[in-house]
Design a protein around this ligand. Sequence first.
Ligand code: PLP
Length: 392
Amino acid sequence: MTDLTKEIMTLDEDYVMHTYGRFPIVIERGEGCYCYDTEGNKYLDLIGGIAVNILGYGDPVLGEAIGKQAKNIIHTSNLFYTIPQPRLAKRLTTLAGMRKAFFCNSGAEANEAALKLARKAAKLTGRETKTKIVSTYNSFHGRTLGAITATGQEKYQKSFLPLIPGFDYIEYNNIEQLDIIDDDTCAVIVEPIQGESGVHPATGEFLLALREKCDKYNVALIFDEVQTGMGRTGKLFAYMHFGVKPNILTSAKMIGGGFPMGCCMADEKYMDIFTPGDHASTFGGTPLACTAAMTVLDRMEELNLLENCTKMGEYFMEKLKTLPHLKEVRGKGLLIGVEFDKPVAKTISTEGFKHGVIMNSIGDSIIRLVPPLIIKKEDIDFAVDVIKKIMN
Ligand SMILES: Cc1ncc(COP(=O)(O)O)c(C=O)c1O
């Protein structure tokens, strides 16, 4: 181990709160889909900053744009208009089929904004009891108190009780349980594909039935597209695969290409519910973040990333289907879950990085793959060969 690796790991152990289980490597630099540790080892990164690095590492155009903006104004405040923010809002909401945007810095914050928006809209109806928020089991919506309450997984909630009142949970894809939605419901929050819990896609019928219930009872339908949004599934937003449109759409992860950025977008009905003082974020939509997001959209078009995502996603899934002990390969585009019929996920993840491929294990038997959208066939071939080698 080099002195640098030792120094960094010791400092981390002594001074950083232990909220992460880390791979035992120190990442020092990156290029495209590959990164390098302080020992000089090279890795194909199929986690991609946890579904963030849409352009991979070190995209020169994004780096240049961020650098240029940083030399001018990094941050001023939302007390002023800035040039990049409204321009980005128009471009992003138009592409997303929404009307107005609120910018923040993360997925959890985007969901907090969405939940507050729905609660306020319900208040304005005059029905005091219209406060219930419905979420799904095995969802993931972030780590703030509101977001863990929305997250239908006890393991993320139990150390932080009591949770925020007014939440109910139903089984994902269970249409019968939608009867829980009534006049006292103000919002339903759902991921079109549950990412964190193992890549489980919604059925079209479920989302359609959800839309109908929300329309019937005047409920805000919130799609959490923090992980599925910005092209991850081959369309700009995953709802576009299903033809079911939400009222409120949240996104984060890939928007800034690695620069922190979150966004809560709303349709005509919800776009003017917030008024000054209702919601804010000091760093929300800084000139630097908005410039990064604009450049990501430019690069997506220039590099045809939606098309590459669809093609490489299909290619990846076909190759993965040749693996032994396979139960299922599921997902869309480059949001892929591989489930095995025995508990090999941790071994694939820990052995994988020793062979130069970084992968994410979920539970005992699922591997989640969320690589940069610039990934090529030869990278995929290499990854699948490594998994096969580990399994033999
Ligand atoms: C669907 C979904 N929502 C919300 C979040 C939370 O995002 P952040 O970590 O940026 O707060 C995540 C993160 O994995 C996610 O996958």
